[in-house]
Structure formats: C-alpha cells, structure tokens
Design a binder for this molecule. Structure first.
Ligand code: 3H9
Length: 697
C-alpha cells in the first residue's frame, strides 16, 4: 500500500500489516495506507481481513506530533467508519499497547483477538482530550456505561484479560498472534459469524443519577480539568442519541478539547517527560553499565522508600544501617509500607512478599563489596556524607556507581572524597520514594558519561521520571522552591492567613498549599538550617520570623500535632488555630509591617512567578538542560498541575511579556532584592521570543 502499511493475502484471508516504528501511531501515511488496504480487500476475493502490527505494539494512538497541524485526509473517524462498514469480517489482532485511536481502530473492527499480556485503553484524557474517533460511542455499546466511564475517565490501560471480561475483546491467545488471528478469521467465516458492527448495538440504559454522581465527583477526581466533563457528556450521549449524532457531538467536543490550552499543556508534558531522558551531548545508544544489585545506606523513610522502588522492579537490595536496632526499625517501616500497599489493593500479597524478599539488611559496609550501585540516603550532614563516600571507595568493586540522595549538598565535594569521582552521581529521590515519580539526577563535574546514561536508563526500569540537573544549592526543584516559600511567608505577614494562602494555590491547581507543605515536611527542618547560618545570611526576617516562633513554641508541623495548623491525632484532619493568627499579627507588628488584604491573584502570581524567575536563571546557568525539564520536575515532584504544563510552559502560555511586567511591578513595590527579573526573561521579551522557541536554539 505504502511504506508503512502492507497488504497481502493468505488463502481466503486478507492481511493488513502496519509497520510504522516506534509505536505504529496513526500518522497520515498510516491512515492512508489502512484506507487503501481496506478498499483493496473489499474488492478482492478474500472472505475476511486481519489487521495487525509489526514491532513492539499494536497502534498506540493518533500521532501526537501531528496535533496542531492542519487536518490531513483521511480523517480517523471517517476511516474507522469505513472499516466498520466493510461487508467482510475484519479482525483486529492486538499486542503491546492498543491505545487511543489505536484501540478505537480495533473497536471499529468486527472482532478482536489479543495476545495475553497486551493492554488496551483510551488515555486521551491524559492529553486533555477525549477519544475522538468513536471511542466514547463504541465502548459503552460493548462494555456498558459504568465500565466505559471508568476506562475513559481514568485513561489507564487495562490488561486484555480484563478487557475480555467486560466485552471489549473476544479472544485471548498465548502465542503466535498472527497465526491465531488467521485461524480465528477462518473459523468466523466457516461458522457463518455475522459482520458485527458495534455502532449498531444499543447502549444499556442506566439511571441518569449515575451521570449526576459522576459529574459531581469530577470536582474532586479531576479538579480544574476540562476534558473529563466533556467525556461524561459524550458517554451520556451514547445512551440517548443515535450513533451518528453521538459521534457528531463527540467530534465537536474533541475539537473544543484540542483548542483548550490544557491539552497543549498536557501534550507538552508528554514530550517533555520523554525528552528529559535525553542527555545533551550523549547519544541514545551510549554504553551503559550493568546494574543487577543495589546497596542503600540509611534505612530511614527515604532509604526504605528507595529500597522499595528497586525491589518493586525486581532488583535485589542490601540495606545498610549503623546497628541492628536501626536496621530492624527500617525494615519494620518497609514491612508496614508493603502491608499498606496490599491493603489498598496496589499490590497482591504474593507480589508484595516477592518484592520484600528482595530486600536484605546488613550492618557492615563489607556487604556492599559486590553491588553495582550504592545510594547513600543518610541525613543532610556534609561531613558524614563525605566520610561515607570515603568508606565506600574502599569497599565497593571497581566500576560500581556511587550515588548520593542529597537534596542540597555539593555533589562535587562529595565525589572528591573518593578516588573515583567519575563514578559519583546524585540521585535525588522525593519522599515517599516508593510512590513519588520524580528522580533528579545530579551530574557532577566529573561524572562519567556512562554513569549518567546508566542512571537515566535505570530510572525508567524503576518507573521514575528522570531529569538531569547540574550542581547548585538545592538543584532544580528545591532551589526554585526557596522563592516560592519566601513569597508564601511574606504574603502571610503582609496580610494573609495560612488557609487563604493554601486555598489560593490549591484552587489554582497545586496538589497542596505551601503552608500545609511546610507543616508536612516539618518546620524544624528549615529552622535548623537557618540556625546553622550567621544571622546576616538568613535573608529577610519577614520571610522566616513566624515559622521560627512556631518552632520555638514546639509547633513543628504534622509530626508534633501542630504547626501552622493543629492536627487531629488519629485522622490528621487540620483545623485553624487562633493562636497562630495572634503570632502572625504580633510578628507583623514587630517587623513594622502594616497588614492589608491580599487577594488570591496576588498570592498566586507572587508564588508562581518567583518559581518562573528562578527557573529562568537555572536555564541561563545551564543547571537545567531545557525548560521542559523544569516542568517535569515541578509536575512530578512538587504537585504542580500537569494541565498547566509546569511553571515554564505556564509562563510561555501566559506570555513572557506579561510575566515580566508583573515581576517588574513586584520589584517596584517590594524592592529589587527578590524581584530583579532574570536576564533571560528580559532578553526573550526584548527579542519577542517564547521559551519554547529559545529551547529549540
Ligand atoms: C488519540 O489517539 C486521539 C484519538 O482518540 C482521536 C483522534 C481523532 N504519537 O513512551 P515511549 C513516541 S490521542 C507520536 O518512550 P514506551 C514517543 O514520543 C493518543 N509519538 O515508549 C517516543 O519517541 P522518542 C492516544 C508517540 O515503550 C517513542 O514513541 N495515545 C506516540 O515506554 C517511544 O515512546 C497515547 O496517548 C504517539 N501517540 O511506551 C499513547 N506514542 O523515542 C501515548 C509514543 O522520539 N504513548 N510516541 O522519544 C504511550 O503511552 C507510550 O508511548 C507507549 C509506549 C505505552 C505506547
């Protein structure tokens, strides 16, 4: 047919093969090839047709790279309607991941056979879209309303076996997919099976209260997002409208989604996450070191979570603590975490036991002699860390990678404590490490290229999203966070209250408000860091007086039952405490600040633009490789709403000129020190360029 779609006959069966690496996405060429092949098959003497794919997967969806470009015929919905209208039986043979438009292609076929282990799904919602090629109309006809809503609203692929249970797949086979599909097609022909068109089926009737409940639940489940309510409308239409009308409305709503900035933001995140894995200057096929076993030093919350991340990916871990008591404490936390995962249905009991079985404890560094990677995860004491690395240098085998999980320390200095700085790298996990997806990989001055490529590849194995950062205080994420927290504290003394500041950021889309984040992390952490600094280096006292007073009053945050809020001992529900309001007002007074009403817009702009301004500096200094890397850090590590695309995409979407004008306004109101615009921001505005354009330089 063309370079990417082939058509041959095998006896009385036509075989259409898509071969468009890497994931057989539905580019214009694939759509055209499929159309030509279907038309050829319609006019030859075959009796049925099989559609299958070469390579690692069945069609994984529309070609996201074509989004935003002018429509090119044939359009997918029209192509799929033509496939479904075929007079000959068409069988889709699924392997890998049949996703989005790929699964919709399968749904337009009359029968579906899948290899055991294949997955099917409609992940469009994760791109701010809805299935736009009949998916919202065909799935309810096969699987019913409730299963459809779950599949399409979650966007999470399901195993083929589950899909068979709910009527989306007809047959599962264990091997030889193409041969089995041919045999199945022949069997259907021989037994006179009907040409079964999904669009001709009726949708089961459910009470409208089902939809009311789902609509009502969206404010929590999909806070701030626009695509989910459109999805529910489409599925409801499948029940109340003809297929043609339902599909017409699906098309209209799909187009609305496409023009929604949320979809642009989520598409940006899709590519940013993948591009972040690429290290500038290193080729994709650079050599990597073999990592078959891992050692972890420190069995606290962080070390335990890191151990679980590796064990969950099938990699054996040796956890080292200073004595038996500390080791047992660490292993008990791990046991509790696994028990929690089983209870919440995240892992089966057997799987949890297998993973737990991969974690062994030790109290002697000699247990690390053979491991391929060691991650140090002890508390932030630079001397202790250097001491540990000097000891690792003595016991670890040649070529072992030595990583530090430090959040702030200078990885160059840590590397200098060894005679093999080329093997040292930062692996900064986020707590709880077995759950949080982000991994900042810190490239020190002398980190070897193959150490970096190994760690990036390893991140994928343990299902983390990795971003490379250069060495600086706090790396990408925590360095940017300083300005964000500073502004939160300044807004507080200038007139806000913890709940008004939290509400402003939460309503804007952040997973948690900044004041609650402080309580969760522990106010004593920052306090101790400040105490270690000379007073003149601590910055503006207005930005830390209130938390200091709270810590000195024993209010350390959630762990002590009270911080900015007071927490219920059992439920951890937080309540507002008038004592804190009195402290804030007293401290504002002592600092000579006249409190004034601060609205949510000002709070959001001050906190988010502080992130953006520092992000610009981080880019200029080359600490982050590209703006999208910063966005990945913030979405996966700091609860930034993905549908806003991360702080740097957000700044581009708002318009850099508007961002600069607001930063200059803050500078004029609050003084130069914190609000001097980053030179890169000023430069780009002067040149009329976006960050995205700059990144393509
Ligand atoms: C849709 O279908 C809309 C329709 O309802 C309606 C239309 C009218 N397009 O992730 P990987 C690239 S919306 C273009 O590393 P894995 C990816 O960028 C679409 N490119 O591999 C990467 O490129 P590179 C619904 C795509 O094995 C390479 O393939 N579909 C697409 O870890 C490998 O990707 C989806 O949302 C695409 N659709 O995971 C599915 N997909 O090597 C999105 C991938 O240059 N895709 N690429 O960096 C995925 O979830 C995963 O890629 C998949 C493979 C599970 C398939």
């Amino acid at each position: 047919m063309n370079d990417v779609v082939n058509y041959v006959t095998d006896g009385n069966i036509g075989v259409i093969t898509v071969n468009s690496p890497p994931v057989n996405a539905l580019s214009q060429a694939v759509r055209q090839g499929l159309l030509d092949a279907i038309r050829t098959a319609a006019s030859d003497d075959t009796e049925a047709v099989v559609i299958h794919c070469d390579g690692r997967t069945f069609i994984a969806g529309a070609d996201i790279k074509e989004f935003g470009k002018p429509h090119a015929e044939p359009l997918l919905p029209d192509l799929l309607n033509e496939i479904e209208a075929s007079q000959k039986i068409i069988v889709a043979a699924l392997h890998g991941t049949a996703l989005g438009g790929g699964f919709e292609t399968a749904l337009s076929c009359h029968y579906r056979i899948a290899l055991d282990g294949a997955k099917v799904g409609l992940p469009e919602v994760k791109l701010g879209l809805l299935p736009g090629a009949g998916g919202t109309q065909r799935v309810p006809r096969l699987a019913g309303v409730e299963a459809s809503l779950e599949l399409i609203l979650s966007g999470t692929p399901i195993p083929a076996g589950r899909a068979a249970d709910i009527g989306l797949v007809d047959k599962i086979v264990n091997a030889d997919l193409l041969a089995e599909a041919l045999a199945y097609a022949r069997h259907l022909v021989e037994t006179g099976a009907p040409v079964r068109r999904t669009s001709e089926l009726a949708v089961e009737n459910v009470d409208s209260s089902v939809f009311d409940a789902v609509f009502a639940g969206l404010s929590k489940r999909a806070r701030g997002q626009t695509a989910p309510s459109r999805i529910v409308e489409c599925v409801q239409n499948a029940m109340t409208m003809s297929f043609a009308d339902g599909q017409k409305r699906e098309r209209e709503l799909f187009t609305e989604c496409m023009h929604d900035p949320q979809s642009a933001a989520l598409q940006h995140m899709f590519f940013a996450e993948r591009v972040a894995l690429k290290v500038a200057g290193l080729s994709d096929d650079a050599p990597i070191r073999d990592v078959k076993s891992v050692g972890i030093i420190g069995g606290g919350t962080m070390g335990g979570g890191i151990a679980m991340s590796f064990a969950n990916a099938g990699i054996p871990v040796t956890l080292v603590e200073i004595n038996d008591e500390a080791l047992q404490r660490g292993l008990t936390i791990i046991d509790k975490n696994y028990a929690g995962s089983v209870k919440r249905g995240k892992l089966s009991g057997d799987k949890a036991a297998d993973c737990r079985g991969l974690i062994n404890g030790a109290t002697d560094y000699s247990a690390l002699g053979d491991v391929d990677l060691v991650i140090e995860a002890v508390f932030e004491d630079p001397e202790l860390k250097k001491d540990i690395f000097a000891r690792l240098d003595k016991v670890c085998k040649r070529g072992a990678i030595l990583a530090t999980n430090t959040s702030y320390q200078d990885v160059n200095e840590i590397a200098a404590a060894t005679k093999r700085p080329q093997d040292v790298v930062g692996m900064h996990f986020f707590s709880p490490a077995h759950i949080m997806k982000l991994l900042e990989v810190v490239r020190a001055e002398r980190t070897a290229d193959d150490v970096l490529t190994t760690v990036m590849a390893l991140a994928k194995r343990i299902r983390k999203v990795a971003v490379v950062s250069g060495v600086c205080y706090g790396f990408i994420g925590n360095r940017m966070l300083q300005g964000y927290f500073r502004e939160a504290q300044l807004c507080l003394v200038e007139g806000g209250l913890p709940e008004s500041i939290d509400a402003a950021l939460y309503d804007w889309g952040m997973a948690m408000g900044p004041i609650s984040v402080g309580d969760l992390a522990g106010l004593d952490v920052g306090y101790k860091a400040r105490q270690a600094q000379p007073e003149e280096e601590r910055g503006d006292p207005a930005a830390y007086r209130v938390p200091d007073v709270l810590v000195e009053a024993g209010r350390l945050g959630q762990k002590s039952g009270k911080g900015f809020y007071t927490y219920d001992a059992d439920t951890r529900t937080k309540t507002w405490d008038p004592e804190v309001q009195a402290i804030i007002e007293r401290e504002a007074d002592a600092l000579g600040i006249e409190r004034r009403p601060i609205d949510a817009d000002e709070i959001v702009d001050r906190l988010i633009y502080a992130l953006v301004n520092e992000g610009m500096r981080i880019l200029e200094e080359g600490i982050a490789q590209r703006p999208g890397d910063i966005d990945v850090v913030y979405v996966y590590g700091y609860g930034f709403p993905a549908w806003r695309g991360g702080p740097m995409h957000y700044a581009d979407a708002i318009g850099l000129d508007k961002v600069l004008a607001r930063i200059e306004e803050f500078r004029d109101r609050f003084g130069d020190e914190n609000w001097a615009p980053a030179p890169l921001l000023t430069k780009l505005v002067g040149e009329g360029r976006t960050l995205a354009e700059w990144a393509e330089r």
